[in-house]
Design a protein around this ligand. Sequence first.
Ligand code: SAM
Length: 276
Amino acid sequence: MSVFDGLPPLREVIARYDIGAKKSLGQNFLLDGNLLDRIARVPGKLDGQSVYEVGPGPGGLTRALLRAGAVVTAVERDDRALPALAELSALAPGRLTVHGDDALAFDEAAHLPPGTHVVANLPYNVGTALFVRWLTAEPWQPWWASLSCMFQKEVAQRIVAAPGSDAYGRLSVLAQWRARPRIALELPPRAFTPAPKVSSAVVHVVPLPAPDGVRGPVLEALTAAAFGQRRKMLRASVRGMAGAIEALAECGIDSARRAETLSVAEFVAVARVLSQ
Ligand code: SAM
């Protein structure tokens, strides 16, 4: 029996510390311990591993991460949750550090050791911004060893989408050009308290070596232009980007095609020419 087995149910913690869910903070809590353990298993074995959790709230996922043996650093913007998290921290000396902060303002590389696993049920209002920041980290290999993050299912589908599908876009290319994303788990609305309107999914991402000669900001600008007007031909959508039409030609890509038909490798090839 571990020290975490005797903890009060999460519903009790929420009531005691008055952590009623606030929509403005994207709060949809997970209270089922078995489900939380499944999420904590997505990145693989965490025993002794450094984990970064954004938005622990009442601490359900944090408990699961601690049960898995992780050393957790967490950032929570809601002050109401901090006393509950302090109790948890006292039960796991040296294994849970909580910063009462905005994750968007948190300097991850300064606080977390290289090789940290990110595991988070992200607040929907800042989840994509954080995810894009992690995907565009420099230098590459990034400070994180893997990302296991909960998103609205529709966002998760955009992250893993293949060319030609409606979901394929800028987020797909940014997630796939030097990393491998997959949907690890899907959750219905009823898994959360309160239940959101839509389903959710946990996306697992591992970083891969970056392709040679491609500058990330160039690929970001190219995909922003190309998908900014996704229904248009590339020759129109990337017209404002110096050298882009010539780069398409150099890569043998017909500029009458539309962005959603280009593979990730084709975007990378064009970005490589533009990076020179
Ligand atoms: N981890 C808990 C769970 O799974 O039940 C709560 C997840 S809830 C979807 C999102 C959490 O992120 C909330 O606790 C919320 O207060 C916190 N949050 C919202 N915006 C934040 C921000 N900018 N920085 C840090 N935490 C934030």
